[in-house]
Design a protein around this ligand. Structure first.
Ligand SMILES: [Zn+2]
Length: 178
């Protein structure tokens, strides 16, 4: 069982779980059943990670909710079969992650090949207006850089417990982005 499954079992038992520092705080109207407590204790470290917001301000839970919401919209409003809806939702997550995790490279040096010779362009990769930042790239290096950055987004999402939908993996492989 994963941390996410342990959390949803706790919720099914009427227990809300929050984090306070390194501890889990349980919010329930009745004493929590021992089996739920055991489950939460066993997965505590992972649950804390899942609920703690990352650098982008979203926790693993927030990402999972975003994924589920997008998949639901694609399936019920968009009329897609479930597997395609999940692939679409995963693409939305990748896009959102990239926006929320802008890359910044400090100096006028290509962030892909490391050279400072040639014409470097500042690429704006996130949408934070407070601190947009940018990364320097040669135009020729941009494609490979963006593929690598996209792969980073995919691993970050996988690490947060969202598995890559089969249909998405197909597209991903086809585009040579993996
Ligand atoms: Zn370069």
């Amino acid at each position: 069982m994963s941390a996410a499954e342990a959390l949803s079992q706790a919720r099914a038992a009427g227990i809300q779980v929050r984090i306070d520092g390194e501890a889990l705080v349980l919010d329930a109207s009745a004493p929590p059943p021992a089996e739920v407590l055991n489950l939460l204790a066993r997965h505590k470290a992972d649950i804390v990670n899942l609920l703690r917001p990352g650098n982008d301000g979203w926790s693993g839970e927030d990402w999972r909710e975003f994924f589920e919401e997008r998949a639901g919209i694609a399936e019920f409003d968009g009329g897609l079969p479930r597997d395609q809806a999940e692939a679409r939702a995963f693409s939305c997550c990748v896009g959102e992650w990239l926006h929320r995790n802008p890359a910044r490279s400090p100096s006028a040096r290509c962030d892909r090949c490391g050279q400072s010779k040639g014409m470097l362009l500042p690429y704006l990769t996130g949408y934070s207006t407070k601190d947009p930042g940018h990364t320097w790239l040669h135009q020729d290096c941009s494609r490979a850089w963006h593929q690598a950055h996209r792969a980073k987004a995919v691993s970050a999402l996988v690490a947060m417990g969202i598995s890559i939908p089969a249909k998405f993996a197909d597209d991903f492989g086809k585009n040579g982005s993996a």
